[in-house]
Design a protein around this ligand. Structure first.
Ligand SMILES: [Fe+2]
Length: 261
């Protein structure tokens, strides 16, 4: 990978809100991960109706990877979510390796430890990889800006790798971004194979409805927090005898925990 100068990227992010790192991935890297992504969705798509809903929030510590499909007024998408606590699926091994390498670089850009969010941090903060297919029959994500559920000082610098391209793999729609001056930019028209986009997620962005051929496949890492209750358990008293009152107290707590799971 050919990482550009960090100060140069930061300067551009501060000025315009985004930066396209041209040819960050080598041709070989790009070809391998594009193939992985297209094959992955091709193989899974046959059984579309059996998918659970696509994940958007509600992350629980230790949960399984999930591939979900949702079509409603807010988005139409097939999204795979892959967590660091699970072994990477074989068929996406190169994608997830690259995703985490770029995520480390992004962390360094904003002054964090390179592996920040690769584990559950004290604050419950994590980052996980998401691979999305916006299908060719109108896949979209409505205009929004990203924020954390908890207030913190982390800069919301996202990266995004497009693995299919406008005017080649689909003809209409794509990733649109509103820069710091409010100009609407069709980023997908500016991205070539191997480029990596860095952008301030707190600025508005949208996937406009995709039409034609393969659809739009994009990869990025989502910064978020696991739910506090998913970490609930008093492990230190397992196996210790409990009196009647302690047993009831534990059962009530556990039932509450299960109900809110
Ligand atoms: Fe977003």
């Amino acid at each position: 990978m050919n990482f550009p100068d960090k100060d140069f990227i930061i300067e551009n992010i501060k000025k315009k809100g985004y930066f396209i790192s041209k040819g960050l991935l080598s041709k070989e890297e790009y070809q391998i991960i594009r193939k992985e992504a297209i094959n992955y969705f091709h193989n899974k798509q046959v059984s579309k109706n059996k998918f659970p809903k696509a994940l958007r929030g509600g992350i629980k510590a230790g949960m399984e990877d999930i591939l979900g499909y949702t079509s409603n007024e807010k988005w139409k998408i097939l999204r795979g979510c892959f967590f660091n606590w699970n072994r990477n699926p074989n068929e996406l091994s190169e994608i997830l390796k690259i995703s985490r390498e770029i995520s480390s670089f992004r962390n360094e850009l904003i002054g964090l430890k390179s592996d920040y969010g690769s584990f559950i941090e004290d604050s419950n903060y994590i980052q996980y990889s998401s691979l999305s297919l916006y299908p060719s029959n109108g896949g979209f994500l409505q205009k929004h800006s990203d924020g954390h559920a908890k207030k913190n000082k982390l800069n919301l610098l996202h990266f995004k790798i497009e693995l299919t391209h406008k005017n080649a793999d689909y003809s209409e729609g794509g990733f649109y971004f509103w820069d710091r001056e409010g100009n609407e930019i069709c980023i997908s028209s500016l991205i070539n194979p191997g480029d990596v986009l860095f952008f301030d997620g707190s600025l508005n962005h949208e996937i406009k409805p995709i039409k034609g051929e393969i659809g739009r496949i994009g990869l990025f890492e989502i910064p978020t927090y696991v739910e506090e209750k998913s970490r609930f358990r008093n492990y230190s008293d397992i196996g210790e005898p409990k009196n009647f009152f302690e047993k009831i107290k534990y059962k009530v707590k556990y039932n509450f925990f299960l109900k809110n799971k």
